[in-house]
Design a protein around this ligand. Sequence first.
Ligand SMILES: [Ca+2]
Ligand SMILES: [Ca+2]
Length: 153
Amino acid sequence: MVIRLLIVGMLLGGVIARLVMLNHTRQFTPPTAGLDRADLKRAVSRGDIDSQPYCFADDVAILLTVGRDGQPGQADYDDNLDGIVDDRRETGAVGSDDECLGPADSGYQAALDLPGTLAISKGGFVPCDVEANPPRALTAKWGWFVVGKEVAE
Ligand SMILES: [Ca+2]
Ligand SMILES: [Ca+2]
């Protein structure tokens, strides 16, 4: 009986917390909910909205950096518990300042020259011209927007 009351209390607490949060933020719908997707797509494609078109390139590196502390994982800590502090296999450890960066991320160019940076994959979105029929755009207001490639009829 006590467990049931505890579960019901937790559920009610969760519902009340969610209602308080919604009332506090007044964000009942996403900011793009009132927009017509076709109109937005057309505006992005024509360049009416402040945006940068992006095309996929299969030859760019996706990087894993050692972060601001300059050491794999957390500096001066044996993240992978192998007895060796700051060995290369700790790069990207959870809870560290290490970062995974693609060409569209800030700091990507600087990370290419940082010692300890690893290329872990290839393929990412890079800035391109509107004439290249880009599948994506990065808008200043809404972030990434998937335009989709136009198919010739
Ligand atoms: Ca680090
Ligand atoms: Ca280690």
